[in-house]
Design a protein around this ligand. Structure first.
Ligand code: SF4
Length: 229
C-alpha cells in the first residue's frame, strides 16, 4: 500500500485557542494548514471542532500578521529588525530599569492563559531575571470569580475544578453565549443535548437573545425578549 503524499497525511495535534484543548487533525503544505478536522479518536472532544479551530490557518497566516519584530523610529514609523537585535535591546532596557529602580519597578503580563501555556515556559525565566513579584495573566481577568467560588466550596482557592456542564441537570448561563464563545466541552452538542432533554433545564440570563438564549428552556432577558427558545 503506497503511503499518502506528505500534504495528504493527517497529523494529530490539539487546538490551543481555548481551555478545552480539543483534539484535532491537520494536513500541512508549505507552512499552511490546508485541511483541519476534529480528531474522532480524542477521548474528550471525540471529533468536535468549533468555528475557531476551523480558521486556524487564517490566524496563522493572515496578511496582517507580523513576520518580524518592529522597532518604532523617532518619527513614529516602524522598521523591521531581527529577533536577536530585538531581544538584546529589550534585555538592555529591562536591566537598566532594574539596576536603577529594582525589580519592583517591573511587572510581567502574559505567560500562558486559556488553553495555551507555551509562553509560560519563557515567562518564568523572564520573571526571575526581572526580579519582580508582579505577575499578571488572562487568569487574573477571567478567573478571579472561579477561584473565589473554589475557596467557598472547597476551602482553598487553589483547588481548581472545571464545571461538569455536560452532566448537569440544570445549567444557568449568565451573560455568556457558549454557542459562539465555547469554553465548555463540545459546547454546541452540549447545549443541544441539555435543551432537548425533558429531564434537564437550560436557563440563560442575558439581555441579548443570543444563539444560546434562543435554544434555552428559560431565557431571562429584557422585558419583551424572554420566553422559550
Ligand atoms: S472549543 Fe474550539 S477553540 Fe476551544 S479548543 Fe475546541 S476547537 Fe479549539
Amino acid at each position: 500500500m503506497s503511503r499518502p503524499a506528505s500534504a495528504e497525511r493527517w497529523h494529530a495535534t490539539a487546538c490551543i485557542l481555548c481551555s478545552r484543548n480539543c483534539g484535532i487533525e491537520v494536513q500541512l503544505a508549505e507552512g499552511h494548514l490546508t485541511r483541519i478536522r476534529g480528531d474522532a479518536g480524542h477521548p474528550l472532544s471525540e471529533g468536535y471542532l468549533c468555528q475557531k479551530a476551523a480558521r486556524l490557518d487564517h490566524y496563522q497566516n493572515h496578511a496582517d500578521r507580523l513576520s518580524s519584530p518592529l522597532r518604532r523610529s523617532p518619527d513614529g514609523s516602524y522598521e523591521a529588525i531581527s529577533w536577536e537585535v530585538a531581544v538584546c535591546e529589550i534585555a538592555d532596557r529591562l536591566l537598566t530599569i532594574r539596576h536603577a529602580h529594582g525589580g519592583r519597578a517591573l511587572a510581567y503580563y502574559g505567560g500562558g492563559g486559556q488553553g495555551n501555556h507555551l509562553g509560560g515556559v519563557y515567562g518564568r525565566g523572564l520573571v526571575e531575571a526581572m526580579r519582580t513579584r508582579y505577575h499578571y495573566s488572562a487568569l487574573a481577568q477571567e478567573k478571579t470569580g472561579d477561584f473565589w467560588v473554589n475557596g467557598r466550596l472547597f476551602g482553598r482557592q487553589t483547588c481548581h475544578v472545571a464545571e461538569a456542564v455536560e452532566q448537569a441537570e440544570v445549567v444557568v448561563l449568565m451573560g455568556t453565549n457558549p454557542w459562539q464563545a465555547h469554553g465548555i466541552r463540545n459546547a454546541r452538542d452540549t447545549l443541544r443535548a441539555i435543551s432537548q432533554d425533558p429531564a434537564r433545564t437550560l436557563i440563560v440570563v442575558d439581555p441579548r437573545r443570543t444563539e444560546s438564549a434562543a435554544m434555552a428552556n428559560v431565557h431571562l432577558g429584557r422585558r419583551g425578549t424572554s420566553g422559550p427558545g
